[in-house]
Design a protein. Structure first.
Length: 356
């Protein structure tokens, strides 16, 4: 008889962009056509924003990217100063990244499983499926519960998601140090941890729409009528807008689309609302499978965003591709070009902490 162990055997292994020099490949793609040429231009624009000493870079993550093996691409970008702030969905940061930071893994589902015919069996075994990957739901509940404990330990007040995610970074940092001291428990590489250590602020505008939501609901229920920890998404918007005002020139690397794309683009308009004139995002690259025909935000072109006063049109590029293919090439190209080696460490979290 099958058990959860039957299915949860082969972990998803995170791709390491430092291991493959894709520069010649991407440059060759730039001399071809269609999406390959678009991708090469996007990679060149991303490298250009990294090389621009006056440009702050915001990475935007939607979709299920961490579970798909892209986590190390993003931790590497944080470590190598290729990104100064991140706006992401809770799925990426909490259910998938913090989850792996706790030492859990995502698993490869054999091809037969992605047809869906085994989903009832998976349900009985407490296994959740994201297309061709699998998750142990009991481990996911540990993730929910850990978020609740972190909330329980904080003084009750309204926090930006950025502040709460920093507390999650502190939790992983302390956990890893304790594990190191006892030379026992294995801990996982994590964007939340790397960002905390490098003072890269993380924003999650829909923070409760993920595992964190379950933890916060449990926290509120346990507190009854006593004061609670809550998440203030307007505070997030205010903080990211203040970073835009501080940085002036900015570039966006957006993956998927969704809430993170709009939230990061809108800070130009929000600064205007505060009476501060800031430049539009000077550079913008987006990788998505969404298309333009439904009028939705995710597929809307960056040229269209210029009509809203959000993105400049000189250095923008849409790449219509699934992210697991395009992102390692774009990020790998920029990593191997090495412009990040001369880039300043902006440590934007400190700026927000000092303003409090
Ligand atoms: N995605 C999940 O499995 C999951 C799990 C838990 C919670 N959530 C929550 O649901 C909300 C919406 O999240 P979302 O980002 O998954 O959905 P979304 O549908 O809003 O995704 C945004 C856009 O990104 C595009 N996209 C997604 N994956 C892509 C890929 N691999 N390559 C290229 N383009 C891609 C989609 O086509 C869509 O247009 C968030 O608040 C998130 O935290 C999602």
């Amino acid at each position: 008889m099958n058990t959860a162990k039957t299915y949860l055997t082969k972990p998803v292994e995170h791709l390491d962009i430092t291991q493959f020099n894709v520069v010649p490949l991407v440059e060759s793609m730039g001399r071809t056509a269609y999406t390959a040429r678009d991708l090469a231009r996007a990679a060149e624009i991303f490298d250009r924003m990294i090389a621009d000493p006056d440009c702050g870079i915001v990475l935007c993550l939607a979709g299920s990217l961490v579970s798909a093996g892209l986590k190390r691409v993003f931790t590497e970008m944080v470590r190598c100063r290729m990104v100064d702030a991140i706006v992401a969905t809770g799925a990426n940061l909490v259910d998938q990244d913090f989850f792996e930071g706790l030492g859990f893994r995502h698993y490869i589902a054999e091809s037969a499983l992605k047809t869906g015919v085994h989903d009832a069996e998976l349900r009985n075994l407490n296994i959740d499926r994201i297309y061709d990957t699998l998750i142990d739901e009991e481990q996911l509940r540990v993730c929910d519960e850990t978020v609740r404990k972190i909330a329980d330990d904080l003084p009750p007040r309204a926090y930006s998601s950025r502040e709460f995610l920093a507390a999650m970074g502190v939790f992983l940092d302390q956990r890893e140090k304790a594990a190191g001291e006892s030379a026992g428990e294995s801990t996982g590489e994590s964007i939340v941890l790397e960002a905390y250590r490098n003072d890269v602020p993380l924003f999650c505008p829909a923070f409760s729409d993920c595992s964190a939501g379950f933890g916060l609901v449990a926290h509120r229920a346990a507190r009854g009528s006593s004061p609670v920890v809550s998440i203030d998404s307007a505070k997030d918007f205010d903080e990211l807008t203040r970073l835009k005002i501080h940085l002036g020139e900015t570039g966006l690397f957006m993956i998927g689309g969704g809430v993170p794309k709009n939230f990061a683009q809108d800070i130009v308009v929000a600064a205007d609302t505060l009476g501060v004139e800031v430049p539009m995002h000077k550079y913008a690259v987006q990788v998505t499978v969404a298309d333009v025909r439904d009028g939705g935000l995710s597929g809307s072109t960056l040229v269209e965003a210029s009509s809203w006063g959000k993105v400049d049109t000189l250095y923008e590029q849409m790449v219509f591709s699934e992210a697991t293919l395009a992102v390692p090439l774009i990020a790998g190209y920029a990593w191997h070009k090495g412009s990040w080696r001369n880039r300043a460490h902006r440590r934007l979290s400190r700026i927000l902490e000092n303003e409090r």
